[in-house]
Ligand binder design. Structure first.
Ligand SMILES: Cc1cc2nc3c(=O)[nH]c(=O)nc-3n(C[C@H](O)[C@H](O)[C@H](O)COP(=O)(O)OP(=O)(O)OC[C@H]3O[C@@H](n4cnc5c(N)ncnc54)[C@H](O)[C@@H]3O)c2cc1C
Length: 435
């Protein structure tokens, strides 16, 4: 029987394994970690607090994937109407901010509306970068008060250094009527956001949505691929093992994959080195009180608040915390290229706790009963102005040598979990065809 090797057990690798189940081929799935799930792995602490590696909810509209995930948890999942809010200088407003200005200082709202009307009266011009897109979509005051500040915290680079092809539905462009209605009336406008509701497993964290796929597959953990020879069709692993393959599907992040390939041309190696990405430090906290927030996710626009985003895992499933407790996951972003992480991740915990007090989420009487800082080296692809050209070089080479790449870090995009899973399925089908 021919062998298809799959590198990675995240959504993409498990998507590939799922597609190859019951097919006339041997599928072996390798991962460097001692656990499966990649960026969507979930960890339960001995004291009962559960945190996913990154904050994850499923908002896919793909009914096939909805049904697959639901079946994998035996229909035991929470259906939650998305509650998202924003914090700016002591004000809390509903998400997205551009449609929910009600309650902000009058001068700010007047300036936002004036600029919004002005840019919408202008003839559309050619957009060269994200900074120009923000000005054209929202006008100067809103752009500079909200997404420019948030974006620097989240993407680690300035919007004039970013392209726009990642935007998709992520940044909503409201009509004038929506801006006015949201500024004048207290009722929040929520239904226009691309996420209006989500699903989350009742038990075991987000990874439960794919657990049966991993358990049925031939998964080899603690197998870090360190060398890939496309002419001999062999994979060498850090633990000394060497395995043959007929076709290979890889979800390994491109900057790590390319240096492992034997005889990789210098220009491809150089291009892979130019691909920028953020690294996220997740500060996970267990608190002795559940009523920490009315939202599932909160966005923070102030420069002097260290986290751009918070989520509250105990609000996704009551089984994510011990009875009567609450939990917070703060995300802090760094990047090798633009804002290197230069301190030990744990040293960021006191600053997060202090800023939680500053924004009023934690009270003096609260106790932090659990704390940890966890790092995910690859978080978001940075769509800087170098990405498109460098990526074309890297993908061109992988196509030439017959490596089937997939997932957020193989395709090098902003795929959500369902899209990463489906890209793994597609890469597996391509590998089957190539056998
Ligand atoms: C902070 C954050 C929040 C997010 N929230 C959501 C959300 O709410 N909903 C949603 O749908 N999506 C969300 N996403 C997107 C989602 O995380 C991704 O789409 C998905 O997890 C990517 O899966 P993947 O398999 O492509 O990558 P990964 O999960 O990173 O899998 C890659 C795998 O390859 C393995 N690997 C790497 N190098 C090697 C090697 N040399 N040898 C062997 N194995 C190796 C890794 O250990 C890993 O298991 C979020 C992303 C981030 C960063």
């Amino acid at each position: 029987m021919k062998t298809i090797a799959v590198l990675g057990t995240g959504m993409a690798g498990l998507g590939a394994a799922h597609a190859l189940e019951g097919r006339d081929v041997q599928c072996v799935v390798y991962d460097k970690n001692p656990y499966y799930g990649g960026h969507t792995a979930s960890f339960v602490q001995p004291n009962g607090f559960l945190f996913d590696v990154g904050p994850h909810v499923s908002f896919t509209k793909d009914e096939r994937i909805q049904a697959l995930f639901a079946g994998n948890v035996c229909q035991k999942y929470e259906i939650l109407p998305a509650r998202l809010n924003n914090y700016w200088h002591g004000y809390w407003i509903t998400h997205p901010a551009q449609c929910n200005l009600y309650g902000l200082p009058t001068d700010l709202v007047v300036n936002i509306i004036r600029d919004f009307v002005e840019v919408h009266a202008q003839e559309p011009t050619e957009i060269h970068n994200y900074a120009e897109w923000l000005l054209a979509a929202y006008g100067r005051t809103f752009a500079e008060t909200f997404p420019v500040v948030y974006g620097l915290k989240y993407h680690t680079t300035t919007p004039d250094n970013m392209a726009t092809e990642w935007l998709g539905p992520r940044m909503y462009r409201p009509s004038l009527e929506e801006v006015l209605r949201g500024a004048l009336a207290p009722e929040p406008i929520t239904e226009i956001h691309y996420v209006t509701g989500f699903r989350y497993p009742s038990y075991g964290g987000f990874v439960s949505f794919v657990k049966p796929v991993a358990e049925r597959a031939d998964v080899r953990l603690c197998h870090k691929m360190v060398a890939l020879d496309t002419s001999k069709r062999t994979l060498r692993f850090a633990n000394g093992a060497v395995h043959d393959y007929d076709q290979v599907v890889s979800s390994v992040p491109l900057p790590d994959l390319i240096p492992c390939i034997e005889d990789v041309p210098a220009d491809v190696l150089e291009a892979a080195g130019r691909l920028a990405y953020t690294t996220v430090v997740m500060v996970n906290l267990g608190i002795d009180r559940p009523d920490l927030s009315t939202s599932h996710i909160s966005y923070f626009y102030d420069e002097d608040v260290i986290f751009p985003r918070l989520s509250f895992p105990h609000k996704l499933s009551p089984h994510n915390v011990p009875d009567g407790m609450g939990s917070i996951q703060a995300e802090l972003y760094f990047s090798k290229k633009y804002r290197p992480l230069t301190c030990a991740p744990e040293t960021l915990i006191p600053r997060v706790v202090s800023d939680l007090h500053k924004v009023g989420i934690l009270r003096e009487s609260d106790s932090v009963v659990f704390q940890e800082a966890r790092v995910a080296k690859y978080a978001n692809v940075i769509y800087d102005l170098e990405r498109a050209e460098a990526l074309a070089t890297v993908h061109g080479f992988l196509d030439e040598v017959g490596i089937h790449y997939c997932g957020r870090y193989g395709n090098w995009d902003h795929a959500w979990t369902d899209q990463s899973f489906a890209s793994g399925e597609r890469a597996a089908e391509a590998a089957l065809c190539a056998i």
